[in-house]
Design a protein around this ligand. Structure first.
Ligand code: NIG
Ligand code: FE
Length: 420
């Protein structure tokens, strides 16, 4: 057995002796906080925590966290970190006045990423995605979801999902894989979109399922992408292979995406920039989680999702990065938490719950991740010296993470050095 003891923690956050239910509504502002605390890890698990006055005398390794906060790792439930190339030329086009949708209609956007990915080898995609995974681990992410959706052919969708499968075997953090064949209709299917849907349903899904390449099925249900009826067809087909829905909805329009996701018992509906009373009402009567991606609204200059109304109505909001080359080229969850506070009026406590425990629920990993609870996996981070929890989102340009701990051990970065 190996043990790691963290002592003199200024504030230990999101620590619970017994796992509590999913934080929702007013409960999202309740974030457990223990001042002047210790935390004991044994092997890869959380063993115990408490006030310093009751700190165990010894352990194999001891870290002094004076002046620092300790939090469970971020659980980032929505990313697209397998991609072949960045898209900064579209960023400049948007600065000059083109919209995200106009760029997409010209064959840019997702179709641009698909052309680049189709040309890339599986090994090169693995190498670049591995770099991004290391990057976000260094920023404190300790569980993640990764989507396909830049393949858009049978061969290339499978290539992306095989990259994700290889990442799963290499990664020190858990990864959930999502099949997103219906991310955009390829240009060559523009006048025969029904045939592309047939390809997704009749060829891609069966093969993805046979190889066990995905945990979830996604569709970009929105204006200019896939309709409610098309989404319904794909999600029902996914269910036939045991793939639960987890969808892109209501980013560009009040598209009915939230409702079709809820009707198909989606684990989560993600984006929701265009949401009002009808969407909130649909979510309230369901188990489907609303996942907000404020990096996208920030980067595209579109309205932010109504997080405040959602929480005030009693919903359990989730935050994720949406790390991708088109709408949110950022996987730094601490910045996403800052955006949630600054742009969506979420309290720091609400944003931390949304990015940790609620994110773990959106990954269906809440039994093992998302809080510092005896028996759960010891994935957590120690911050740099901070005055208070609020200083974390307040200092939006600073990386607050000093030391990353994964599976009970201090994580050594890609070059063998510890992050600090
Ligand atoms: O979550 N909105 C749809 N899909 C991605 C962006 C895809 C892209 O532009 O490459 C998103 O924002
Ligand atoms: Fe996305």
């Amino acid at each position: 057995m190996s043990s790691l003891l963290i002592t003199h923690i200024k504030t230990l956050l999101q620590a619970e002796s017994v796992a509590r239910p999913l934080p929702r509504g007013a409960g999202m502002a309740e974030l457990p906080a223990l001042h002047d605390a210790y935390l004991l890890l044994e092997n890869d698990r959380i063993a115990a925590f408490g006030p310093m006055a009751q700190c165990p005398a010894r352990a194999d390794e001891v870290l002094d966290a004076s002046g620092r906060l300790v939090l469970p790792s971020w659980c980032d439930s929505h990313t697209h970190i397998v991609f072949a190339a960045t898209r900064e030329e579209e960023f400049v086009d948007r600065i000059k006045g083109l919209s995200y949708e106009e760029i997409a209609q010209r064959g840019g956007g997702i179709l641009n990423s698909a052309r680049r990915l189709q040309e890339a080898s599986e090994d090169s995609l693995l190498e670049s995605a591995w770099g991004r995974l290391q990057e976000v681990i260094g920023y404190g992410t300790g569980a993640i979801e990764i989507k396909s959706g830049y393949g858009l052919t049978l061969e290339s969708e499978l290539k992306m999902l095989r990259v994700i499968r290889r990442l799963k075997t290499l990664s020190p953090i858990p990864i959930k894989a999502t099949f997103l064949g219906a991310h955009a209709v390829p240009a060559e299917y523009k006048s025969r979109r029904e045939e592309y849907l047939d390809l997704v349903v009749d060829r891609m899904l069966p093969q993805v399922a046979e190889e066990g390449l995905a945990d979830y099925c996604d569709v970009f249900c929105d204006r200019g992408f896939f309709t409610v009826e098309e989404t319904d067809r794909i999600l029902k087909a996914g269910w036939r292979y045991g793939l639960k829905p987890k969808i892109h909805a209501n980013e560009l329009d009040f598209s009915g995406g939230v409702q079709v996701g809820v009707a198909n018992r989606a684990v989560s509906v993600d984006h929701l920039e265009c949401s009002g009373e009808a969407e909130i009402a649909a979510l309230l009567g369901s188990q489907t989680l609303p996942t907000l991606l404020p990096g996208c609204a920030f980067f595209l200059g579109i309205p932010f999702p109504p997080a405040r109304q959602m929480i005030d109505a009693g919903l359990p909001v989730v935050l994720a990065s949406d790390y991708n080359p088109g709408s949110s080229p950022c996987g730094r969850m601490a910045f996403i938490v800052s955006l949630a506070c600054v742009k969506m009026n979420m309290l720091p406590e609400e944003a931390i719950n949304a990015a940790t425990l609620n994110g773990a629920h959106a990954l269906e990993l809440e039994q093992e991740y998302g809080s510092i609870c005896p028996g759960k996996k010891a994935n957590l981070f120690i911050t740099k010296p901070l005055n208070s929890l609020a200083q974390l989102p307040y200092s939006f340009g600073t990386d607050p993470v000093e030391t990353v701990i994964l599976n009970g051990k201090v994580w050594k970065g890609p070059d063998g050095n510890k992050k600090s």
